[in-house]
Design a protein around this ligand. Structure first.
Ligand SMILES: Cc1cc2nc3c(=O)[nH]c(=O)nc-3n(C[C@H](O)[C@H](O)[C@H](O)COP(=O)(O)OP(=O)(O)OC[C@H]3O[C@@H](n4cnc5c(N)ncnc54)[C@H](O)[C@@H]3O)c2cc1C
Length: 323
């Protein structure tokens, strides 16, 4: 089995989800005695490219030209399809990030490949090729078989561990032969979320809902997040009424996250919210209503007024940290 994995970077630094994807690919390769080729697109320093060998990449193909300086689904998917054809890949693995969501279906179409998105299991290859994905906003699972000879899967970020499997990855410079006439769209402006820790990469997340009453109270969420080294998130209504930026909105229509710890404060726990956070490893809900639905999804619950509970938790977290 010839495996290609897309290693996404931001400003020349590989994302955590890229190391997860390379580790995932490396484990499949180990089962099948095959090689992993990682594909890097855009400007990444040579030593960083070689870092992909730490997680099991045997070869790194680098596409770096002006056309890749800004992300476009068109250019990146063309490069990835080029790499896949170059290597005669049977399996293309992409992380299901925002960029991955734009690339994966395009690559599948270019390669006439069957595709499954949001994969949360290693493939079962005992009889064909079957993977598990979550469906109905995380309420259920579907086992999906891909029957085409070339297969594309996008794996859910934070679903697989980063595993070291040191290889001396060789780096090859590639040229997909793309010019500006091949690309119909252009990124005009990039507005970056300014949070200290990117939500999608965060291991710990402190999140607030309408129960926080107003943006003037968010210093409590931010102080707890700062103390714990966590990212901040919020429910949809909170971003809709501009208490917080949309980049913090988690849920069915927002970002899906899977941190080790999700602390939900003054959030009811509507199904649409849970769709984006229910895969968190540990969930703590703080709500003054003992009947709040979040308590059914939470591992730990505190029934109480956020404005009384939060200062105590912050104090305890600070004391723990200084000890
Ligand atoms: C198609 C669709 C998509 C949606 N997508 C999303 C989505 O992606 N993400 C999302 O979040 N929502 C989404 N929603 C909205 C969702 O249904 C809920 O309306 C929303 O999640 C509720 O937000 P909330 O819990 O912050 O507010 P509320 O429902 O108003 O709940 C506030 C909670 O705070 C508690 N509370 C109040 N005061 C305090 C206090 N002092 N201390 C402690 N607790 C307190 C209350 O008991 C209550 O449980 C979607 C809805 C639809 C229809």
């Amino acid at each position: 089995m010839n495996i290609i994995v897309f290693a996404e970077n931001q400003d020349g630094v590989f994302k955590k989800s890229s190391f997860e994807a390379v580790s995932y690919a490396s484990q499949i390769a180990a089962q099948h005695g095959s090689q992993v080729t990682a594909v890097s697109i855009g400007n990444v320093a040579a030593e960083k490219l070689a870092d992909l060998g730490t997680y099991g990449a045997d070869v790194v193909l680098q596409y770096n030209s002006d056309i890749f300086s800004q992300f476009t689904g068109e250019a990146y998917s063309k490069a990835l399809a080029h790499a896949s054809k170059h290597k005669g890949a049977d399996l293309i693995i992409i992380s299901n990030t925002y960029s991955g969501k734009m690339i994966a279906p395009r690559v599948a179409a270019k390669l006439n490949a069957g595709m499954v998105s949001g994969v949360i299991s290693m493939p079962d290859t005992s009889n064909g090729f079957k993977v598990k994905r979550s469906v109905f906003s995380g309420k259920s699972f579907a086992d999906v078989s891909i029957n085409t000879s070339v297969k594309v899967i996008s794996i859910t970020p934070n679903s697989f561990s980063i595993v070291e499997n040191q290889k001396a990855a060789s780096v090859e410079t590639m040229d997909a032969g793309l010019t500006t006439t091949d690309i119909n769209t252009q990124t005009v402006e990039v507005a970056r979320a300014t949070g200290k820790i990117p939500l999608t990469e965060a291991e710990l997340v402190v999140s607030g809902g309408r129960g926080m009453k107003g943006p003037e109270n968010w210093h409590l969420i931010e102080t707890l997040a700062d103390t714990l080294g966590a990212a901040t998130a919020c429910s949809k209504p909170v971003s809709d009424i501009h208490w917080r930026p949309h980049s913090e909105h988690v849920g069915q229509t927002g970002i899906t996250i899977k941190p080790n710890l999700y602390i939900a404060i003054g959030i009811s726990g509507a199904i649409q919210h849970l769709a984006g956070v229910s895969s968190s490893k540990v969930i703590v809900a703080i709500n003054k209503d003992p009947e709040a639905p979040f308590f059914k999804a939470a591992d730990y619950g505190i029934v109480g007024d956020a404005f009384e509970v939060l200062p105590k938790i912050i104090e305890a977290a600070k004391a723990l940290k200084s000890a």
